[in-house]
Design a protein around this ligand. Sequence first.
Ligand code: ADP
Length: 351
Amino acid sequence: MAIQLKKSYKFALRSSFFIALALTALLTGILFFLKKFDLGIVLLFFPLSFLGSFLIVQARIERFIYRRVKKIYDDVSLLESSSFSNRPITTDMKTLTEEIEKFAQDKKVEIDTLKIREEYRRDFLGNVSHELKTPLFTVQGYILTLLDGAINDKKVREKYLERANKGVERLIYIVKDLDFITKLEVGDFNLKKEVFDIVELIENVFDLLEMRAAKKNISMGFDTTYDTPIYVLGDREKIQQVVTNLLVNSIKYGYQDGTTEVSVENLIKNKVIVRVTDNGEGISKEHIPRLFERFYRVDQSGSRKEGGSGLGLAIVKHIMEAHGEKIYVESEEGVGSEFSFTLEKAENKEA
Ligand code: ADP
């Protein structure tokens, strides 16, 4: 691509002025010395020498710029062709310096971002392999014991196969969550916003989790009866995921015979707030700020009875942020927790 040259005459004009001034002074001196001083000659010499010097200086600058500076532009534009290729080259040194400085600054920002991303990637991979290792070794342990002879004992065989299967199930939901969060983090999903009834959605999730809650005899329900639908605008499937993750947690970290209550309230004119409250084990203060981080768990030990992929709340946060909505948590150890999130209200089904 032909590169344009944006000319600047300032430097040549100034230099030529000083050269012409010096030459005229020299000529005046010589004329005085030879006792042939003539003002007419001096006055004619000045503009002529000015013009001559200007043409020479400008020609030299342009040659220099074309050879050297163009090479710099070419080298730089090799790296950043998109930002440089369409701009005219300048022969003005100040602009050139500014452009190179800006280029260097941009590169620094880019390198810093890449470094952060690299760190994040390393962390992520470390966490993933750590998360997968435990269930994998469990499954392997049972299979090896079976191969070692336990397979012949009918009672033990079934028990071990069931436990191995539990391990595989755990592996599956870790991988599913990982897949989901990866998609969320690379921004590889578009929200399919629609108007839906949040009360109905929550009821569906209650139904889906009924068995799970029953195992711990946890009663799950609304704080009051919602006779009329409450329409909101959002990605129905993703909001269902949010409600599910919060309710699953309230069961997982809830006490036997506990209660989980959901409420939907008007917050401000165009917002509703959905609260999921439990009277479970709660979370102590120091853990709250990190709760929504990927793989963060309050009980870091491997001896947890409960626990999923450690991605549940990170997924919740991603989904709510993608909606431009807020998620809050309030909790007290031994008393219970309340997770709440906002949603945009829709006037009616057709809105
Ligand atoms: P996990 O898969 O471990 O449940 P989450 O991201 O869903 O991962 O939750 C992170 C941590 O937050 C959990 O390990 C748990 O300690 C804590 N937590 C989440 N919800 C609750 C709750 N309702 N009550 C008590 N602790 C909770």
